[in-house]
Write a protein that binds this ligand. Structure first.
Ligand code: HSE
Length: 395
């Protein structure tokens, strides 16, 4: 198998290193902005790559939506398999890219887009072959977990912890996608689409981040024997509705999510018959993520000539519907902090999303163990029946 790599940054460079000396997969061409001298002989334009009949598969690690989306479409039309680590383009264009790949007999894989080196999307793909996935979620953003770890364990402010994460190469110079929850939302969306065989529009999934988190919020969580993590939740209800959101959560200290530190991720899914499955490991970083890219290449190579290798069988359009999902929240705004009564999640999200627009920075966190709070038993709502004892809390 001869491949081309588009983008020789942290991940693309890691893929090249992992493939060195392998007899089964070789890097024939590289398309990147600044080619290091040692790779000058492989330096190629996109056109050269697409016209080279020996190139079987294109690995894309450039990131961003455009022009990458256009380039991936061109690669697929040229009959190339595509492997990408780029969650932004997958979250925005998965259906189009997968259908185009099917039309052209090409494979399309993106294991590295969620969970770094953890075999999460392939895990979902396997589980749903034999069972039905009803829920999934967990910690999917390594940068926020690192920032929270430094604040909790080392007493850093958010600004200090973010500066450290940037200096260590985890957070971008513009950290908005991580700290506003958008990266976690993309990963949640890709995971839910994969597990539920649907297509959710990205902007329709509510996302709260940690941008406005203050040390006092961590202290408030500690009062309830909780800590704070940025986490995801998606539930497919029996009537087919999808409840979904990305938000900081107050996690009880004995919850597995509370034991995930630094760049760790913890992802779980709940299957109708098999119950709870959980996955953990390093969620970001050069070789963990590059390893997932190499796994995709091996899957494609081993499954050729059947080729089309997707994660989804269907693309049913879906719209999140959080109405009737009763949750409780910690909220801190200009007037101080409070813990809400049980709220309809859709109404609560709408209310909170309007407040920054009115100039008020708000930090809010979902409380995943509300029964521990005063007035904690559920008083209303139509959330699905409680999951088995081993499952994550249903909030
Ligand atoms: N910014 C991402 C994170 C990189 O911190 O999780 C890995 O997808």
């Amino acid at each position: 198998m001869k491949i081309a790599i588009m983008g020789l940054g942290t991940i693309g460079g890691g893929v090249e290193i992992l493939l060195r000396g392998r007899p089964d997969i070789s890097v024939k061409r590289i398309f990147t902005r600044h080619i290091p001298a040692e790779y000058a002989a492989l330096d190629s334009s996109l056109e050269t790559i697409l016209q080279d009949p020996e190139i079987d598969t294109v690995v894309e690690t450039l990131g961003g939506v455009e022009p990458v989306h256009t380039w991936l479409c061109e690669a697929i039309r040229a009959g190339k398999n595509v492997v990408t680590a780029n969650k932004a383009v997958v979250a925005a264009h998965y259906r189009e890219l997968a259908e185009l790949a099917a039309e052209h007999g090409a494979a399309f894989r993106f294991s590295a887009a969620v969970g770094g080196g953890i075999p999460w999307l392939t895990g979902l793909e396997q589980i749903k072959r034999a069972d039905k996935i009803d829920a999934l979620g967990g910690i999917m953003n390594a940068t926020c977990n690192l920032i929270l770890s430094r604040m909790i364990r080392n007493g850093r402010t958010l600004a200090e912890a973010l500066a450290e994460a940037q200096a260590e190469g985890y957070a971008e110079r513009d950290p908005s996608a991580d700290i506003d929850g958008l990266d976690a939302r993309r990963k949640l969306l890709i995971s839910a689409n994969t597990a539920f065989d649907c297509v959710l529009p990205e902007e329709s999934v509510p996302a709260f981040g940690i941008r406005h988190l203050q040390p006092e919020d961590l202290e408030a969580a500690a009062v309830w024997h909780c800590t704070v993590r940025l986490s995801n939740r998606a539930f497919r209800e029996e009537d087919g509705r999808i409840r979904i959101l990305t938000a900081p959560v107050f996690v009880p200290l004995d919850d597995p999510e509370a034991t995930v530190w630094d760049c760790g991720n913890r992802l779980w899914c709940q299957a109708a018959r098999g119950g709870l499955y959980s996955f953990g490991g390093i969620g970001a970083g050069r070789f963990s993520t590059a390893q997932s890219v190499v796994q995709d290449l091996l899957d494609i190579k081993e499954k050729t000539p059947e080729r089309p290798v997707f994660y989804q069988k269907g693309f049913a359009p879906a719209v999140p519907d959080n109405r009737g999902w009763m949750t409780r929240w910690y909220v801190r705004g200009a007037a101080g902090s409070c813990i809400t009564e049980w709220r309809d999640t859709a109404e609560f999200v709408q209310e909170i999303q309007a407040r920054p627009a009115a100039g008020e920075p708000v930090f809010t966190a979902l409380i995943v163990c509300p029964s521990a709070l005063p007035g904690g038993s559920r008083t209303s709502g139509t959330a699905a029946p409680a999951a088995p004892a081993a499952a994550p809390p249903r909030a």
